[in-house]
Ligand binder design. Structure first.
Ligand SMILES: [Zn+2]
Length: 166
């Protein structure tokens, strides 16, 4: 089974659910497909660093051009942190913890009780793109997203050499 240019474009646009994305990228082992996906992502950014793995729609783990460190980068070029750090702690955070702030997001009576649930939005401090939203209880610590096992992904799923890392 092969995928059309349009399907690859949808994938890059984030129009496919994660299950379809994962299936497209990993089954069967196909070096070409993941390489094409990375190339399409790379074509959309202006920085020279090589994309290693997309983390969300406008955020990637990249191999920094100069020293080959793996860092987390916004599409605008803003660098958040090292790839194994929690980028959310380096983001601009907006917390909706009042009824007024919640009604921007929810219809009035549907809004959660802010004693029990708040809304945390994580933005790029440079370009303002929203990269993630959490709806935790107010006392819940900032959630660290999954740390992808990049070596295993390259080796076992897409059968490509792992990019160099400093
Ligand atoms: Zn940005």
């Amino acid at each position: 089974m092969s995928y059309t240019k349009e399907q690859i474009a949808n994938l890059v646009d984030g129009k496919l659910d994660w299950e379809t994305t994962f299936r497209m990228l990993s089954m069967p082992k196909d070096q070409g497909r993941f390489a094409k996906y990375l190339a399409a992502l790379q074509a959309r950014v202006n920085y020279a660093d090589k994309i290693v793995l997309p983390l969300s729609l406008h955020m990637n783990i990249v191999q920094r051009a100069g020293d080959k460190r793996w860092v987390i980068k916004c599409d605008c070029g803003h660098e958040f942190c090292d790839h194994n750090e929690n980028w959310k702690l380096h983001a601009a955070i907006y917390v909706r913890d009042t009824e007024e702030a919640m009604t921007d997001v929810y219809p009035k009576l549907m809004a959660p009780d802010t004693q029990w649930q708040v809304y945390r939005e994580y933005y790029c401090p440079k370009c303002g793109t929203m990269h993630d939203v959490e709806a935790p209880t107010p006392w819940y610590p900032v959630i660290h997203d999954f740390e992808p096992d990049i070596e295993a992904f390259y080796r076992d799923w897409v059968n490509l050499p792992v990019p160099e890392r400093a």
